[in-house]
Design a protein around this ligand. Structure first.
Ligand SMILES: [Zn+2]
Length: 435
């Protein structure tokens, strides 16, 4: 598979830093961002790279030459005038006979590319967008996916204030079939995210590949400094999915939100006042933040799967407004006891995902490559505590909601609320670092 790196940007927002250096040549840990990208491509077996340049093209070409020093085949296409993210690719369409990978040259990333490529192939996708939740929801263009991860809509900013969205953004790493190029007009300045994808989402099979790996742009001086810090700490490579990660799992109703266990409408869903700050604290650590929730009201016929999705959107939007994000949200719609009026037969089953069973934890483990032994489960019910214990985690009870008074299971630790529980876990994160 060929890779295309979009490295033509001027980097106006970087001030003097980009006067003599194009943005992709700014250094992280002594190496240009572009070189980190090329090293990543090589590591995952991609051998051929086309770099699209414009601003200070000669600096890039002089540095990488034909790529031989990196064991890669590198060529260049210099755009005479900048044509957004699409124009240069259209110009080299004759070199793109098979599916290809696109990376924006100002992205610092360390992701398992083998897995992204396999996902693209398995889905028979025409265009796969690497996507992730963001901590700045309101100024992001959002992607909407269905349960098979097929992209069904784009929601560019600004978002209407009376609507809730799932927190998912396009990370600007794509795998594309050449047939996508027929939607691009030659010589017209355009952007994939804003101009092309929203128009073709109903015409082409597009999928979102979800990840919690490190992908950040260096578009402003503040972001560049943050990425440099993360690099020094080793965080960027540590978050690659090939490495096991630790997670803080938590329950929803009674743990992060008020304990109305039969919420019918998103309107009545309310987070505890401390929940967003606590989840943000998890985001700033290297723990994943994952919700595991039983929603038997679906089986009981009180609400639909769409209601659950709507509440999830509200939860993610409120958290996003406060700079907090959830890496994963998993729910069980089932309930085992049959024979009630109005119940939804399809979900009245003995499933393997209703807590204290660990089906959903196991799914999260597979999705994110989680080290359960060094992970935590926080909840207000004996079901949470048993689920965490059954999965081999350390368990933490909270006194909100059911307050762990609804059964005999004793948690390893008990705190007043989620905030205290998260403070406890994140302050010990260094003491139990994993290899
Ligand atoms: Zn279930």
């Amino acid at each position: 598979m060929k890779a295309i790196i979009l490295a033509g940007g001027r980097g106006e927002r970087m001030g003097k830093k980009t006067l003599n250096t194009p943005k992709p040549m700014l250094k992280i840990g002594g190496l240009p961002v572009l070189e980190h990208q090329i090293n990543l491509l090589k590591r995952y077996g991609l051998k051929e790279v086309i770099i699209l340049t414009h601003y200070l093209s000669e600096v890039i070409e002089k540095y990488f030459k034909d790529g031989r020093d990196w064991g890669m085949k590198i060529s260049y296409f210099k755009e005479k005038e900048p044509l957004g993210t699409t124009g240069g690719i259209k110009e080299i369409a004759n070199k793109l006979k098979d599916d290809f990978l696109v990376i924006y040259g100002d992205k610092m990333l360390d992701i398992d590319l083998t897995r992204v490529i396999a996902f693209h192939k398995n889905k028979k996708s025409a265009c796969t967008l690497v996507s992730h939740p963001t901590s700045h929801l309101e100024d992001s263009d959002l992607v909407e996916i269905d349960k098979d991860q097929k992209i069904i809509a784009f929601h560019p900013k600004p978002h209407p204030s009376n609507q809730y969205f799932r927190n998912l953004v396009n990370a600007a790493i794509y795998i594309m079939s050449p047939k996508i190029l027929r939607h691009i007009k030659r010589g017209v300045k355009a952007d994939f995210g804003k101009d092309i994808f929203p128009k073709i989402v109903r015409k082409e099979k597009m999928y979102g590949y979800l990840t919690a790996e490190y992908i950040k742009d260096i578009g402003t001086s503040a972001r560049l400094i943050q990425v440099q810090k993360d690099y020094q700490k080793g965080k960027i490579s540590r978050l690659n999915r090939e490495n096991k990660r630790r997670a803080i799992f938590f329950d929803r109703d009674g743990t992060i939100s008020q304990a109305s266990y039969e919420i019918f409408r998103p309107g009545s869903f309310k987070l505890f006042p401390w929940s967003a700050a606590a989840i943000k604290k998890i985001n700033e650590s290297e723990f994943l933040a994952i919700v595991i929730t039983n929603q038997p009201a679906v089986a009981k016929g009180f609400r639909s799967i769409d209601d659950i999705a709507a509440i999830q959107c509200k939860m993610e939007t409120i958290l996003g407004e406060k700079g907090a994000k959830l890496d994963g949200i998993y729910f069980c719609p089932h309930h085992p006891d049959k024979g009630y009026k109005g119940e939804n037969q399809k979900y009245k089953i003995k499933c393997s995902c209703r807590k204290p069973k660990i089906g959903l934890v196991k799914k999260a483990k597979r999705d994110f490559n989680i080290d359960l032994k060094h992970s935590y489960f926080i909840g207000d019910s004996f079901r949470d505590i048993l689920c965490g214990r059954n999965a081999g985690m350390t368990t933490i009870g909270v006194k909100t909601g059911r307050g762990c008074q609804d059964g005999d299971a004793k948690p390893d630790y008990l705190f007043d609320n989620l905030s205290q529980a998260v403070n406890f876990v994140t302050s010990f994160k260094k003491a139990i670092a994993i290899k």
